[in-house]
Design a protein around this ligand. Sequence first.
Ligand code: GLN
Length: 390
Amino acid sequence: MRIGARRLDGIPTTIFTEMSALAVRTGAVNLGQGFPDRDGPPEVIASAVAALQGGANQYAPGPGIPALRQAIARHQQRHYGLDVDPDTEVVVTTGCTEGIAAALLGLVDPGDEVVVLEPYYDSYTAMIAFAGGVRRPVTLRSPDFRLDPEALRAAVGPQTRLILLNSPHNPTGTVLSRAELAAVAEVATEHDLVVVTDEVYEHLVFDDHEHVPLATLPGMWERTVTLSSAGKSYSFTGWKVGWATGPAPLVGALFAAKQWLTFTSGAPLQPAVATALDDCPDYPADLARSLQERRDRLVAGLEGVGLTPYVPQGTYFVATDISHLGWASSRDFCWALPERAGVVAVPLEVFYDDPDAPGAGRQLVRWAFCKEAGVIDEALRRLGAADLSA
Ligand code: GLN
């Protein structure tokens, strides 16, 4: 008997589940899946507890409670000067992951091509496939991981419906510059494309880099769906509260799909996230400063153990090249790493159509630094004591 539907063929268990299970099984230090080991602001947790005890336990309105939609609109205004109508241009989602699913199911027809940055987050490829779309990757190549406008142009054709963007970019740490975003805007306008942009790391940028939402570029609001969430900005990855903002027709298409996925997102966490956005506006910037220190700690330590890092401009992650160690693939390396060193990391090769293309990820590994300094130090101590060669 055939069990799984054909749409699941070729779609493996997500690498994040795989690697976190490996960490639990082996007792390794988990620098794989990106989640912080310190929770977000206590007053936000108190607000969730109060909501649970105060009766916020039945269905929230489909697009989200008004207080959260209004707080999201204020956030977009405060940080980016965007005027967003909380009643028609905001939808609360169950994490950005549901936003990605609903956007693709609501906007992509079978046979439509979706241009996506590569290395790509694995839920993008799964959801493009579920929607019946065809992915057209544009590779950010090592060592710089920049967006090549010519490669972007070459990926767009008559069947292209949508560009799926991600900046700050997981797993490379690239923060797209204004010039790169302008190139995206030009291509999208010229070919009349919709852009869905995953900006969950919007506040987690380092040094003098600046996150610019694509929707703020001239003419781009009309064709852009912006996705974000409280998970990364407020260290509540397990709450799964995200949101989509954009013009009413596009957000409406996303919502039309979302209503059949979760119907409505969890009620008691919504007032708490409104509290986070309104009452803790400085938390994300403070987190970014602390993350930058931990990035520097991990980058220096990886360098110290001979794993040359590509210094990220944002996100939770740093990538390194392992080609000098002699492994056939980053996957083999990551599967051996818990036993060799008691550490878990994520192989980048699973995020490419062709991991052997020049500058692609067969030999690249991702390490998370959204961990306490002591955890990072312990991972580095273990890596330093281990033989990492094949
Ligand atoms: N975004 C997280 C990461 O890249 C994982 C989220 C997930 O497991 N779906 O590690």
